[in-house]
Structures are given as structure tokens and as C-alpha cells.
Design a protein around this ligand. Sequence first.
Ligand SMILES: Nc1ncnc2c1ncn2[C@@H]1O[C@H](COP(=O)(O)OP(=O)(O)O)[C@@H](O)[C@H]1O
Ligand SMILES: [Mg+2]
Length: 317
Amino acid sequence: MVSSVMELPESPRRSAESRGEAGRAWLAALPGYAEQLRELWRLELGEVLAGGKSALVVRVKTGDGRDAVLKIGPPGDGFADEVRTIAAAEGRGYVRLYAYDPERNAALLEALGPMMTTDIVSPAESVEALGHTLTQVWKVPPLPGLAGHKAEGIAELIRQLWTELSEPCSRELTQRALSYADHRAQSAAAKVMCHGDPHPANAMRVLVPRLGAESGYVFADPEPLLAEPAYDLGVVIRGWPEELSTEADPAGVLRGYCRRLEEITGVPAQAIWEWGFIERVSSGLYLMRYGHEQEGRAYLDSAERLLSRPASGAGWR
Ligand SMILES: Nc1ncnc2c1ncn2[C@@H]1O[C@H](COP(=O)(O)OP(=O)(O)O)[C@@H](O)[C@H]1O
Ligand SMILES: [Mg+2]
């Protein structure tokens, strides 16, 4: 049993190691946590799942023979909000919660099928399914006391990481992201509880069709915040750096996704474009800072290409 834990996938291992002493202490404590939770919840531990950024995620069977998934998150406040969001959703657009252990940052979750990244290959199809699933997500009543997302906060992060990483991309790129952030900060759109990180590796197919999963997919791994819905849609379109690198007109392709998402959700395409750009730059910097240099670099390069070929057409700046 403990041996499955030793196979913690590379990505979460690197994330933990990039967090210094606290991260290494968590890595050392993990086998013990898994063993204690196995006893507490009477689980049979199975396959360790890859595809995540920071947690240990393991397929399990419960004492009564049901399939489930055990997730143990690294230390920090984020996990409690993640679990509270999933609980409040009661299955609408999200995975279901079976049990929670605050002491070890662990949750027992509904077993889902493959991630959208392995299930759906085309970005256009993913955009479609993510857009529909998000319309469910935004119906979940916001958690009491949830922080509002500040575009200013992301702008500050971009400034800080750009300096800390010794200017890893052009000044023009960060300037564009900062001016979009400035524009989004003035938005008067109504706020909802956003998922916060609705990329296709955080969306999984439901094994059995059910209410709240009309698109066939639900989300795991929320980082909830109060924000305009365009924030989540920006995360949806910020991905696919490799695919975009082969496109002759990546900005044109992304504009098409924004227009389709406007049709599905009613959120203005320009707001989605702006958040997508901000997210592409901030994620690139964040990934580089926290142990995923190559991936972060691909994000920044894809953003540079959006700059070098400015979007033409009314309303797109
Ligand atoms: N309930 C679930 N059922 C099936 N697979 C899951 C489930 N939750 C997570 N996974 C798998 O584990 C991966 C990591 O989970 P995630 O919650 O995104 O962790 P992290 O916080 O580390 O990103 C997902 O990309 C998916 O492959
Ligand atoms: Mg994840």
C-alpha cells in the first residue's frame, strides 16, 4: 500500500520540492497519512493518478465495495475552500464529496473517468464542453466570506514574478497583460463563484450520466473566488501552447473560441480574450517560478506570438 504512495507522480513531487522545507516535510509525511486514511475510511488503495499539479490522488475501493478517489493536498488554506466548494455544489458541475479529513488535508471523492485532456483531443471540442460545464458551476451559491478576485492582485503577481525571474519575457508582453488587467478591474459585470482553475486536466468524464453533469463532464480541483464569469473562461482559452504554436494565426483561432464561448455562456468575447491573455502570461510566470520551467516557457512563447500578430477586426485590441 505504502509503495503506491512512493510513486507520487513527478509533477506534484516537483511542486512540493520547489516549496522548500515545508514541501519536503509533506512528502515525508505522505506515506503515513495514506496509511492512516486507509484505516480511518477502510479503503483499499489502488492506482496513483497522474495529471495533477500538487496533490496525491489515488483510486480506492471503500469498505462497501464502492469505487472512489482519495486526494491528499499539500499544506495550505486552499484545500479547505476546495472541499467546501465541492460540498456546496452537491454535484452541480463538480465531483461529489464523500468524506473530508481537515487534519490531513484529505478528501474522499466520487470516482470519475478520464480527464478531458486524454478523452477529447481537439481544443475546439474541449472549449465547447468546458463552456457548458461552467454554466453549471456558476449556479453554485458562493461560499460565505469568499474573497473577491482582484485583477489588481494578478497584476501585482505578474510584476513581482517578472522581476524575480529576471525578466523571462518581453516587457511588451507584461505591459499588455497589465493593461488588460487594468481594464478588467473596471468591469461592472456581476460576480459569481468561479471555479478558478477550470482547465481540461481538471475536468473528468462522469462514469454514469447524472444530474449536474449534462455536458458529460464535471470539474475537480476548484480554487474558488468571486469574480466575473469571464475569469473562468479566460482559463479555458489560455491553454494549448503547443497546438497554438503550429497555427499560422493563433490569435484568430483564439478569437474564434471566444466567440463560441460567448454564444454558449452569454459572456462578452472581448472580456474572455482579455482574461485569457492575462492568464496565459501569469500562468507562464507562475509555472516557471514553481518548478515547471519548460511548461511555463511554452505559455510565455505562445503569448508572445499573440502579440507579434495583433488580432485584426473590430473590438479586438
Ligand atoms: N474524482 C476523481 N476521479 C478520477 N480521477 C481523478 C479524480 N480527481 C482527480 N483525478 C485525477 O487526478 C489528477 C489530479 O487531480 P487534481 O484534483 O487536479 O489534483 P491537483 O490539485 O494536484 O491538480 C486529475 O487530473 C485526474 O487525472
Ligand atoms: Mg489539478
